[in-house]
Design a protein around this ligand. Structure first.
Ligand code: NAD
Length: 479
């Protein structure tokens, strides 16, 4: 029987689901997420189809067929190869740091509220820990598969190296649509996942954090489950609620970091922040905080925002409070009064100064990049741009500030949280924000200096900086 806890309704039976009931279920699982992002029903076959490990051969667009963009992992490997070719590294070392150290696939049998057994598939991939314990978020999404988790784990290695925080890179995920689960089912799933990856996580081994469709509540269950076996261990996970040792400023950290990076990029490319029009895809944790900070603190004009159901556009600017209020009451940003309804595809192609993809990967591809009209792209999402789109943006002279730099604010404040947990000490919000700003500004300068030195794009500059730091650490430690 589902426990009816504060603000948590029982699971809405799929057979009788109405739009209204769905909304109630989503709202009740506050932040987990209010929106249904179901694209296709969970399929165990599909989820495990790509679980064979081994090297990934990158196919040309012709080999792939004209309509299939490269996979997330192929994109990361391509960027790694471009960067590594600029560095004086042995082939052996390149191979060693290119691919993941460890990949775990787990079956998660869950007793659903209706008594039936359902088995989900979860993953934890540890890419590299030469610079410190593995670190990276956990994603709950129907499209999670091994290829995506590998790509995201690898991005974490490069991101932690750029921010120069003492971590390696990892990522985890479960192929599930959390919007279809009750809070009790979600808790059971999270606890089973924690137990099944317990053998490879820990405060000095691998420290998970939130990502798409996971939040502070999920991190609390994870911490609790791990602590049952190992004793009280807040440092095993970051992104926790303040009550359980979370850090001030962690929830907004990724969005705040994106805003600092845009401010630095605006200076570099000669844009006046206060005159910038910004289109933002995604209005979840990262997108909404980015929109808030850009519009209320930095004076930029956010003209478009979207979520999985679609987007809204107002060339005069969208008021952040109105957007949040509308999203809270209706379950989506769509239908916001005074703004025109647009699709997510249209949002990406809007006439605006800055485009910030802050939702899912693979949004800017060879088949749509040519229609992008923004003058600057700042990647808040992980992996939103394929290498084919990168080539088009380079030809069109649209600078792309890469994910591994611009969304590093999250892992930076996760590092602060972890350090506070280990020291059993608490920082004030002001200190967190000041330290975050320092890291973002320093990282931006280091990436741009590297790009300048090697005459490459900011993305390849970021990879060169990161790969060099990881290679040095690996060499110093010895193999
Ligand atoms: P979230 O679940 O809080 O929000 C995701 C948002 O994207 C929601 O508004 C959702 O409706 C929208 N969305 C989902 N699918 C979409 C689609 N197909 N088209 C358009 N919109 C869609 O997730 P988040 O934590 O904000 O993460 C967003 C992105 O930022 C992800 O790529 C994530 O990996 C990356 N990221 C997150 C963090 C973090 O601290 N949470 C840190 C670094 C990077």
């Amino acid at each position: 029987m589902a426990r009816k806890s504060k603000g948590v309704s029982r699971r809405v039976k799929k057979s009788t689901t109405t739009a209204k009931k769905k909304r109630t279920a989503h709202k009740s699982a506050r932040g987990l997420k209010k929106r249904s992002e179901r694209k296709r029903p969970y399929s165990r076959t599909a989820a495990s189809a790509s679980s064979k490990s081994g090297a990934v051969a990158i196919k040309s667009p012709a080999q792939r067929g004209s309509f299939r963009p490269p996979s997330a992992y192929e994109v990361v490997l391509h960027n790694f190869d471009l960067a590594a070719s600029k560095l004086d590294l042995s082939e052996e070392l390149k191979q060693l740091i290119k691919t993941p150290d460890r990949e775990l696939r787990v079956e998660l049998p869950i007793r659903m509220d209706d008594g039936k057994l359902q088995t989900f598939i979860g993953y934890r991939v540890q890419h590299n820990n030469a610079r410190g314990p593995n670190k990276g978020g956990i994603r709950y999404h129907p499209e999670v598969d091994l290829d995506e988790v590998r790509a995201l784990a690898s991005l974490m290695t490069w991101k932690t190296a750029i921010a120069d925080v003492p971590f390696g890179g990892a990522k985890g995920g479960i192929a599930v649509d959390p919007g279809q689960l009750s809070m009790n089912e979600l808790e059971r799933l999270t606890r089973t996942f924690t137990t099944n990856i317990d053998c490879i996580i820990g405060p000095s081994e691998d420290i998970p954090a939130p990502d798409v469709n996971t939040n502070a509540q999920v991190m609390s269950w994870l911490m609790d489950q791990y602590s049952r076996r190992h004793g009280h261990s807040p440092a095993v996970v970051t992104g926790k609620p303040l009550e359980l040792g979370g850090s001030e400023g962690r929830e907004e950290a990724t969005g705040r970091g994106v805003a600092y990076i845009l401010r630095e990029a605006a200076k570099l490319y000669d844009h006046d922040m206060k005159k910038l029009s910004v289109a933002l895809q995604g209005f979840g944790n990262v997108g909404s905080h980015t929109a808030r900070i850009l519009s209320t603190e930095f004076g930029a004009k956010v003209v478009a925002v979207s979520d999985v159901k679609g987007g809204v556009y107002n060339p005069r600017g969208i008021r952040y409070d109105d957007a949040v209020e509308h999203e809270k009451t209706s379950g989506s940003i769509v239908g916001l009064r005074g703004a025109a309804k647009i699709s997510n595809e249209e949002l990406l192609e809007l006439k605006c100064d800055v485009l910030i993809p802050a939702a899912m990967g693979n949004q800017l591809r060879g088949d749509n990049a040519d229609r992008v009209k923004a003058k600057l792209i700042v990647e808040a999402a992980n992996g939103p741009t394929t290498f084919e789109a990168d080539e088009i943006f380079a030809a069109k002279k649209i600078p792309v500030i890469p994910d591994i730099l611009s969304n590093a604010g999250g892992v930076t404040v996760s590092y602060f949280e972890w350090a506070q947990n280990l020291q059993q000490f608490r920082w004030e919000y002001k200190r967190v924000v000041a330290e975050l700003e320092k890291v973002m500004v320093t990282s931006f300068a280091a990436v741009m200096a590297t790009a300048e030195k090697y005459k490459v794009s900011p993305r390849i500059g970021a990879y060169i900086l990161a790969v060099d730091r990881v290679a040095r650490a690996t060499n110093l430690r010895g193999i």
